[in-house]
Ligand binder design. Structure first.
Ligand SMILES: [Zn+2]
Length: 112
């Protein structure tokens, strides 16, 4: 019996699909090269990483931080560290205009 895929499950699928959309473009099909990472951040994280996207040097620094084994490629696992940071930052931002203790309402969204 098939159960309905939840929105959370679909969103996890979207993250994996988006990673593959870029990872398969050049070199190893399951890792991001510097260019693939830059394109992904520019196209898919334009709002959440608006400030960072203004500087190629900053994007390169972020990639170097994520590339823990220093092979100039980001595996899916290495890339997900950025996703985790963005999820935390987004949640903080949602609460920024709505201090805790006054119910649980969220502000105008994150990255804006
Ligand atoms: Zn993969």
């Amino acid at each position: 019996m098939a159960t309905r895929t939840s929105q959370m499950e679909r969103n996890i699928g979207t993250i994996i699909d988006t990673f593959h959309q870029y990872s398969r473009r050049e070199g190893h099909h399951d890792t991001l090269s510097k260019k693939e990472f830059r394109d992904l951040v520019k196209m898919e994280l334009a709002t959440f990483m608006k400030k960072e996207n203004r500087s190629e040097a900053i994007i390169n620094d972020i990639m170097e931080d994520l590339d823990t084994n220093q092979d100039n490629q980001l595996t899916f696992e290495e890339s997900m560290m950025l996703m985790a940071k963005l999820v935390f930052a987004c949640h903080e931002k949602l609460h920024a205009n709505n201090p805790r203790g006054h119910g649980h309402s969220h502000g105008k969204g994150c990255g804006k």
